[in-house]
Design a protein around this ligand. Structure first.
Ligand code: IMP
Ligand code: MG
Length: 191
């Protein structure tokens, strides 16, 4: 669906936009207040974030949040759940300008839950960024600040996105063949 060169080009552009948009008050960073606190959603955003931040020459901290919604081989959202063990949000985000980053905006449940967890910690501001946004009404309803690509409402893998934890290492974003999707649906129906 999207090849590695198109991804790399778009990420460079998006990083420039994010850096340019930073509020003027955020330019005076110190130890207590980095310019920006990135909160990647594990696990799907790891490749995206690692490429994006290498185009952002800023003082930044990274705090992780782990949310699961597509357990095992499911190809539709089963509801977002926080995984405490892998989450490294501090108790307080007072004064922090947070950029929440996920791989894909689908039903919006993951980003809604992540925003609630961040809001509890009292940050100065929160913006959201996704690599992909599916063209479906639920995704359009969630207000996201930065989107790399709008894509058709199809299940995709690669560049961090998985099916049953496989395919994250594919350099391109691809769809699964219909026969593979049919097999996964049959497996999900009769576990
Ligand atoms: P939402 O909570 O329905 O918006 O879905 C967001 C989460 O579901 C993302 O963080 C992904 O981990 C996962 N997800 C949604 N759509 C896909 C897809 O097409 N391929 C792989 N993972 C997906
Ligand atoms: Mg995810």
């Amino acid at each position: 669906m999207i090849d590695r060169h198109a991804i790399a080009r778009r990420i460079g552009e998006l990083a420039q936009t994010i850096v340019r948009d930073l509020a003027p008050g955020t330019s005076s960073a110190d130890d207590a207040h980095p310019v920006i606190t990135l909160v990647p959603v594990l696990t799907g955003s790891i490749i995206f974030v690692s490429d994006l931040i290498r185009h952002m020459p800023l003082r930044m901290q990274i705090r992780l949040i782990s949310i699961t919604s597509y357990p095992g081989a499911s190809t539709s959202s089963q509801g977002a759940k926080l995984r405490g063990g892998l989450t490294s949000l501090p108790e307080s985000l007072a004064g922090a300008h947070v950029l929440l980053i996920d791989d894909i905006l689908d039903s919006g449940k993951t980003l809604t839950l992540a925003c609630e967890e961040i809001a509890k910690r009292g940050p100065a501001s929160v913006k959201t960024c996704v690599l992909l946004r599916k063209q479906r009404p639920e995704a359009a309803k969630f207000p996201v600040d930065y989107v790399c690509f709008d894509i058709p409402d199809k299940f995709v893998v690669g560049y961090g996105l998985d099916c049953n934890d496989y395919y994250r290492n594919l350099p391109d974003i691809v769809t699964l063949r219909p026969e593979v999707l049919a097999r996964l649906a049959a497996e999900a129906a009769s576990p």
